[in-house]
Design a protein around this ligand. Structure first.
Ligand SMILES: NC(=O)c1ccc[n+]([C@@H]2O[C@H](COP(=O)([O-])OP(=O)(O)OC[C@H]3O[C@@H](n4cnc5c(N)ncnc54)[C@H](O)[C@@H]3O)[C@@H](O)[C@H]2O)c1
Ligand SMILES: [Zn+2]
Length: 681
């Protein structure tokens, strides 16, 4: 391949990776590989500047804007950071800084490099007025509503010396615990799992529905302050001020005077970073004084006064002794590698994830092989490769089981899924156990006092077959039963026993669960793809279990956000006679099978495309009724007066300021009677 061909190939490939990464929130290669390819391209371009393409990723910020959001221009460009993986490069960076500053004294601030999505927030008179993505560095997407869902981003700040207009920047991220919670929930209802916290955060910020965004508890650490006035002399001062103004600044930063101190910081955080609540992939080193930052300036892509030192994913090598196959709630069988214990990032690793059969094949791994284990942003380490040079005649091929390790049923592979499943949903012990755990969780029937081995014990004693049997339990059944559990790994014993107080608590919780709202009951059934949100939407739309049982696939498709996959799953579930019997048993137990129907039936379309706002009180409607009638006839209620508003409905005692504003903007004002006349065709 000629250098020109290689330049072309790398340019195309890296642009394609960037597109996947920034637009689709998918990593097609790991970051280290990406960075190596980019460095290769940069060096080829230096040797052969004539072949450098105008769309080269070496000179541009990787992202772009998307059509779904309003485009906003950044007051100050939002750039990338140069990066390095070695101490030598850092020394070189420091030399460049020293030269650039012509013998002035200087110092650095080191921060963790948070692995999420760059965000920019603009405040006017202390109020958050705009939140945007980095986009291509010059323009980004206006995602203000999504950013407003982050609880730690203040909507308003007050305090001394807050400039009237300023911008803060930070990294929006999904905390690891939240990432785990979401994936548990997705596993619970049979949704594919999110790949990693950074891509999950990026995908979440791009959603259109900010209510859905709010359900994922995103967070944001701030790391920079920008304004046109000289508020601060140094980056350090601004970090301190941001903290006192109530912004969320990670207190992990440190001032360092030279490379030696920087290296201490880097080495300290190489393992400590795993104690943090989010994924990090390195350290950012910034020149502290703003005047010196200005003096050093920028390249087209990044500041010359800062650099990112990236950690190579921490790896260790150890022996794969055995594989245990775990059966999850949905019956998915996942292989877990049992390893000779090895120290990695400060913790002893004994197990690693192997994902599925494809992964085992891809790695070509055999039993008793020496393997590489890595810890990335995720909590469970994974096997990333095999050291074939250490392969001995002890190595044995891995034969993936064809029957369920828990119940012996033949495994099946569903179309387009990488996992094998045990289809014995009701009889397979872990699946049955998981079905109970799903049923008792807080957002379902909320009988969490049954956790920690108690269900196992009830199943073990034959007291319950399905969760519906819980409603038949009496204190006579329960009092005095006990079981000793032994932890396979530690050998520790734990006794679960039903004493008087425990029994009383459990029975009260079971009784109380009968008052759980209909949507929780629907969620508790554990229908594939019917998570909490879907259950709520179905409950609101249909209002009762019977309406859902009798709903056709087409009827289900009319529910907001319900696609064919969910509709089909619901129909199949309710068609099953055993499920019907189960539902009947729950009905007999007295659970809530109906709720308030919150979706108005369409009355007509005379208000189609028109927007309304109202003020005051009305003779014929309550506020709720008025809003319902507007929606039922195709209109929309806006939250405030603007030029976009079509009508202001004026009632008794309407607010004078609203009337005045409507007058100023020439918004037509109508009476209650005029509104009612509009409803008649
Ligand atoms: N795997 C893939 O397919 C793929 C594709 C594209 C990019 N990438 C990765 O993304 C990198 C390029 O992304 P980039 O341009 O955003 O550069 P970057 O992520 O290396 O560095 C810039 C970003 O760091 C973030 N950051 C985190 N903590 C910070 C702090 N304390 N101070 C300042 N900034 C901080 C900011 O969001 C900033 O925009 C690549 O080097 C690669 O590792 C991977
Ligand atoms: Zn099974």
């Amino acid at each position: 391949m000629t250098p020109q061909e290689r330049i072309n190939e790398l340019t195309d490939r890296l642009n394609a990776y960037n597109y996947q990464y920034y637009q689709k929130s998918v990593s097609e290669v790991d970051d280290f590989t990406f960075d190596q390819l980019l460095a290769e391209l940069a060096s080829l371009e230096t040797q052969h500047p004539d072949f450098r393409r105008p769309d080269s990723p070496t000179a541009r910020v990787g992202g772009t804007i998307s059509k779904e959001f309003t485009t906003v221009y950044h007051r100050f460009p939002m750039l990338s950071l140069g990066n390095t993986y070695s101490e030598e490069d850092l020394v070189e960076f420091d030399n460049r800084v020293r030269k650039g500053l012509n013998g002035q004294e200087y110092e650095y601030v080191c921060e963790l490099k948070f692995d999420g999505v760059a965000l920019s927030m603009t405040y006017e008179n202390g109020v958050l007025v705009q939140g945007a993505t980095r986009g291509d560095g010059v323009r980004g997407d206006d995602i203000t509503n999504n950013i407003r869902t982050i609880r730690t981003v203040p909507l308003r700040v007050s305090g001394d010396h807050i400039p009237p207009l300023f911008e803060v920047r930070g990294e929006g991220f999904l905390p690891l615990a939240e990432f785990d919670r979401i994936n548990k929930e997705r596993e619970d209802i049979g949704e594919p799992l999110l790949a990693n916290p950074r891509n999950a955060a990026s995908g979440t910020f791009k959603q259109q529905d900010s209510a859905a965004v709010a359900k994922r508890r995103l967070d944001c650490y701030l790391y920079s302050f920008l304004s046109n006035t000289d508020e601060f002399q140094t980056h350090e001062e601004s970090l301190i001020a941001l903290t006192t103004w109530g912004f969320n600044v990670s207190q992990t930063w440190r001032k360092c005077v030279d490379i030696k101190e920087i290296m201490l910081f880097i080495n300290e955080w190489e393992t400590r970073r795993f104690e943090l609540p989010l994924g990090t992939d390195g350290i950012v080193i910034k020149v502290n004084r703003y005047d010196q930052q200005r003096e050093l300036g920028y390249t087209a892509k990044s500041p010359r006064w800062a650099i990112a030192f990236k950690y190579k994913a921490l790896a260790a090598s150890t022996v794969l002794n055995d594989i245990r196959y775990q059966v999850g709630r949905t019956g998915a069988v996942t292989p877990v590698a049992l390893l000779t214990p090895v120290l990695l990032a400060g913790t002893v690793v004994k197990r690693a994830s192997l994902h599925n059969a494809n992964e085992i094949e891809r790695l070509g791994v055999m039993l008793h092989d020496t393997v590489f284990v890595e810890k990335g942003g995720e909590i469970i380490p994974k096997i990333t490769g095999v050291d074939t040079s250490k392969r001995t005649d002890q190595s044995r091929p891995i034969s993936y089981p064809t029957t369920c390790p828990a119940c012996g049923t033949s495994l099946v592979r569903r179309e387009s899924e990488a996992n094998f499943y045990c289809p014995n949903e009701r009889g397979c012990p872990p699946q049955r156990q998981a079905r109970f755990e799903h049923f008792i969780q807080r957002r379902a029937m909320n009988i969490e006092s049954l956790g920690e081995g108690k269900i196992e014990l009830l199943i073990d004693r034959g007291l319950v077959q399905t969760p519906a049997d819980l409603y038949q339990l009496t204190s006579e059944n329960l009092l005095g039963i006990e079981k000793v559990f032994e932890d396979e790994e530690t050998g520790k014993r734990r006794v679960v026993s039903f004493r008087e107080k425990t029994v009383e608590n459990i029975l009260t919780a079971i009784e109380r669960s009968k008052a759980q709202p209909f949507q929780s009951v629907l969620f508790a059934l554990g229908i594939r793809y019917v998570g909490n949100t879907t259950a709520e939407k179905l409950a609101d739309y249909f209002g009762s279990m019977d309406a859902i049982i009798n709903a056709s696939q087409e009827a289900l498709l009319a529910v907001p956000d319900t696609g064919p996959r969910i509709a089909e799953s619901v129909v199949i579930w309710f068609a099953d006679p055993e499920n019907r019997a189960y539902v009947a048993q729950l009905r007999a137990a007295g659970l809530q099978f109906a709720g308030e129907k919150k979706v108005v039936e369409r009355e007509g379309d005379t208000l189609e495309g028109k927007t309304f706002l109202y003020s005051g009180t009305f003779a014929n409607f309550s506020r709720e009724e008025l809003e319902a009638r507007i929606a039922a006839n195709g209109g929309r209620v806006l939250s405030g007066i603007s030029k976009k508003l079509n009508y202001l409905i004026v009632g008794e005692n309407a607010g004078p300021s609203k009337l005045e504003k409507a007058k100023k903007l020439n918004v037509p004002m109508i009476t209650e009677d005029e509104f009612m006349a509009m409803l008649v065709v």
